[in-house]
Write a protein that binds this ligand. Structure first.
Ligand SMILES: [Zn+2]
Length: 252
């Protein structure tokens, strides 16, 4: 079987007590166009393939399959606060951000071009994962989640580190004039927006949002999912395709 594609952020790898992974599409059992490590329901793949893929991932990462949290992602800014393992499961909540201070629970978001963002504190006491496409970016899912971390756990942004995983790059994300205008109006002089090419680099804009909230240590992968469809699912490039898993867990 093909190897699993796994991207890790340097700063998160160095942090204590954290397990994280930005996975790609290889190493699973789903046939084309979901080949092969698809974990997304509602894309047309068979449920049994998804189950098998989740087991492959759990084994590879050394996590308990029953302790995954995957939300029904709705391109909003809602957040789920996981308070105990009884809250784990697939599709139980509609949200695009998940946070916890409980150990041994794998917080996940699924992507195919959208931006996966992981935030933890340096000591590995809290973890958050977010999913941001253009809608979530405009709805400020990242800044809102950082502020909720502060409210709930009294953790200052300077204690946090963040990583942005593989997502569509500005190279492949040309947008409508209306959307370009919407981003300009919302984010003014933020980097990652090219008026002339009418393209947006969502990773860069989300990285800017993280830094604006006071997080200095932000790791960003250069990988563009649409440029790398051998390794990653890309909705923009392929339309009918799978979803890859991105995960963070506070180690037990
Ligand atoms: Zn690209």
């Amino acid at each position: 079987m093909e190897k699993i594609t796994l991207v890790e952020a340097e700063n998160l790898s160095k942090a204590g007590n954290i397990l994280h992974a930005f996975l790609g599409r290889t190493g699973g059992v789903s046939p084309p166009p979901f080949g092969s490590l698809n974990v997304g329901h509602h894309v047309g793949d068979r449920g049994e393939n998804i189950e098998k893929n989740l087991s492959i991932i759990a084994e590879r990462l050394g996590i308990d399959r029953s302790r995954l949290v995957v939300c029904n992602q709705v391109h909003g800014n809602n957040m789920v606060h996981i308070r105990d393992s009884a809250m784990c499961g697939m599709g139980r909540y509609s949200a695009d951000a998940i946070i916890t201070d409980k150990r041994g629970i794998a917080l996940c978001v699924l992507t195919a071009d959208c931006v996966p963002i992981i935030v933890v504190d340096r000591d590995g006491r809290v973890a958050a994962i977010m999913h941001a496409g253009w809608r979530g970016t405009l709805k400020e899912v990242v800044p809102l989640t950082i502020r909720r971390l502060k409210t709930l756990y009294n953790i200052e942004p300077r204690e946090l580190i963040a990583a942005i995983g593989p997502a569509i790059g500005g190279c492949c994300y040309r947008v409508s004039a209306t959307l370009m205008e919407g981003f300009r109006t919302a984010f003014q002089k933020a980097p990652g927006m090219d008026n002339k090419a009418r393209s947006i680099d969502l990773k860069t804009v989300n990285g800017w949002q993280l830094q604006k909230e006071g997080i200095k240590d932000v790791d960003m992968t250069n990988t563009c999912t649409a440029c790398s469809v051998d390794s990653f699912f890309s909705y923009r490039k392929e339309k009918t395709t799978g979803r890859q898993l991105n995960m963070v867990m506070l180690k037990e």
